[in-house]
Design a protein around this ligand. Sequence first.
Ligand code: PAF
Length: 287
Amino acid sequence: MEIIRIPRIMQDTSKGHILRGRTIGFVPTMGVLHEGHLSLVRRAKQENDITTVSIFVNPAQFGPSEDFKQYPRDIEGDTAKLFREEADILFMPDALLIYPEGFSTYVEVEKISERLCGAFRPAHFKGVATVVTKLLNIVKPTKAYFGRKDFQQTIVIKQLVKDLDMDADIVVCPTLREQDGLAMSSRNAYLDIRQREAATVIYKCLIEAADLIKSGIIDANYIKGVMQDGLLKEPAVSGLDYAGVYDPVTLSELSEIKGDTLLAVAVKIGNTRLIDNMLVIPVRKYE
Ligand code: PAF
């Protein structure tokens, strides 16, 4: 596995592969790789000639009071995992090479960035959209792979690729879960044993809401109430940013369930903010 730290060298390496007719699969990450990330790497390897993984903890997507400094890092462990997965290239740029002095161009995806997490983390998606645009320009992938756990991030990225006429195909892969249903996330590392146990309430509440929809309930406010009550009953939940029923395209809140529905949650357990979601697609009947 080749380790590249300089954006210009990464660009030239990718150009070389493209000139030789090779496809590039790209998995952008912030490191502390878990099975969820590794499933993206495996998919990229299956579908492309070259697999590039980036590890970059992007300062621009953290708010001033957020966990940028404490965000877990494990470069040695990550490198070993990617080596075992036989990734071809690990791109690990320094923050000063991504945001050099005088950097002043940012990418903003309107409307969908303002909802859900965007309402609580105002500059977050501007930071994500900017770094993903830069990474796609540097790595020049044929396909880029993202997990559905960050549902809003995936639709923000699809929108930016479409609006800016970028070349990469965005591939969204299923959320990987622990045995008890907790969505895999690097932030799970912050949870102590009691909090880790309590965090299963998130998946339970999503399943309960999905079951209500499947049983024919169409009152989205009722379902939102059930979700919020379930979450707030758990004493370890120290804050609820949102939990409810949304349109999976516009992310606006639904009052009635008519078709494909996104159930989404963002809660704090202790000081750790966790998000999760479930897409409920009603069975369509044909006559
Ligand atoms: O999902 C992540 O890990 C990050 O938001 C991403 C896409 C790597 C951009 O920093």
